[in-house]
Design a protein around this ligand. Structure first.
Ligand SMILES: *Cc1c(COP(=O)(O)O)cnc(C)c1O
Length: 409
């Protein structure tokens, strides 16, 4: 493992597990390892702690704890909500979502399409926002469920979830929101907003990987996706990921305590980073609306350079960031989010997402601001493309194609 300092600017991909969260988890790996469903107290005492964690994560979204189901991840929560809505209303075969959802939704929607459902992917404006009038017109009598993310993981653009929920309610259609990126960054109140389903993921919130949450509004019909034991009151089979659930509860508490201060602090760091990059490096553009936007996210297009080359040089300098693109061996597919916003494939291939978090400092931003401009300059110097040139970039030759696949989360 690498020893040198890591400058981590990829908090939308995953976050460091908070030491407080680790402390809360350890006893449930070392001492209290019983099965919460067991009849004896060594096991079922653990169930009480799961219920405490449930109350804590419920408080984060202002839900009743009985409306909260623990899952294995944000992906499972999304899949489960959409699956349940469609299976519970078998004569409504239309699924309405957006073109900029996380691949957890995009690929599930593609799967539904293949299995005979009708799917609409709503387009977005060039700033990443949705046309609510178009959304309203796209809700059909046979629409079973609408799913719109609360905030976009690539650009940070925040959608008007309260208005969309009201629209769906007025049409009698179930509404799900993927709030994975919004948690801990924006106040979430399921009661005010009035959603039927909402997904969260612990590892985007300084807890561990492998646990998620699905909020199911009281009295909503629910058909489990993972069918098995009676865990989670019959709504999700499988023995609970106890330690991770306990950690998730602690992370939710920390997030609530810290949200106000963090909003101001992280927004300040992000704005300083973004404004400086846009000012000092020519031919750079921010992707997506400036506001409303998550306080921690900045997506920047560096024209005439390949993001993969930037990321490789940043990696050598100890900086973690990500491209908006899903890069697979041998082919560079530009990000579906940036493409939906109308970026040319060429510009989309030069985009880097910086996402900050609780552990970022002023010093991290200073370091990145020192490292990045010479990297861009160096790459552009070897690029034969003059500004304004369109066509196939010759500097593709210096792009390093990684052997593994990596996606923006
Ligand atoms: C990371 C992410 C997910 C997936 O969550 P996992 O727990 O990794 O499955 C879903 N939606 C958004 C917006 C995300 O950023």
């Amino acid at each position: 493992m690498r020893q040198r300092k890591t400058y981590y600017f990829d908090n939308n991909a995953t976050t460091r597990v908070a030491p407080e969260v680790v402390d809360a988890m350890v006893p449930f790996l070392s001492e209290y390892w019983g099965n919460p469903s067991s009849a004896y107290s060594f096991g079922n005492q653990v169930a009480k702690h799961i219920e405490e964690a449930r109350s804590k994560v419920a408080a984060l979204i202002n839900a009743d704890p009985r409306e909260v189901v623990f899952t294995s991840c944000g992906t499972e929560s999304n899949n489960s909500a959409i699956h349940s809505a469609l299976v519970s209303n078998p004569n409504k075969r239309h699924f309405l979502t957006t073109a900029v959802e996380h691949s957890a939704n995009i690929n599930f929607a593609q799967f539904l399409k293949k299995s005979g459902h009708e799917v609409t992917f709503l387009p977005v404006e060039s700033d990443g926002s949705l046309d609510l009038h178009l959304l309203e017109k796209s809700i059909r009598p046979d629409t079973g469920v609408v799913s719109v993310m609360w905030a976009n993981n690539e650009t940070g653009v925040v959608f008007p979830i309260e208005e969309i929920a009201a629209l769906c309610r007025s049409k009698g259609v179930l509404f799900h929101t993927d709030a994975v990126q919004a948690a801990g960054k924006l106040p979430l109140d399921v009661k005010t907003v009035g959603v039927d389903f909402l997904s969260l993921s612990a590892h985007k919130l300084h807890a561990s990987k492998g646990v998620g949450l699905l909020y199911i509004k009281r009295r909503t019909k629910f058909q489990p996706y993972i069918i098995g034991g009676h865990q989670e009151r019959g709504r999700r089979g499988g023995t609970e990921n106890v330690a991770s659930i306990i950690g998730f509860g602690r992370a939710a508490e920390l997030a609530m305590d810290r949200m106000d201060d963090e909003d101001r602090r992280v927004r300040g760091l992000r704005d300083r980073l973004e404004n400086n990059l846009l000012k000092t490096i020519p031919n750079t553009v921010r992707n997506g609306a400036k506001e409303p936007r998550l306080p921690n996210t900045s997506s920047i297009a560096f024209d005439f350079v390949e993001a993969e080359a930037i990321l490789m040089l940043l990696d050598q300098a100890g900086v973690c960031a990500s491209s908006g693109s899903a890069c697979t061996t041998g082919s560079l597919d530009p990000s579906h989010v940036l493409t939906a916003m109308g970026l040319s494939p060429m510009r989309a291939r030069g985009c880097v997402r910086f996402s900050l978090g609780f552990y970022n400092t002023e010093e991290d931003v200073d370091y990145l601001l020192k490292q990045l401009p010479p990297i861009i300059e160096k790459l552009r110097a070897v690029s034969p493309l003059p500004p304004g040139h369109v066509g196939k970039p010759k500097h593709e030759a210096i792009t390093t194609r990684s052997q593994h696949e990596h996606t923006a989360n």
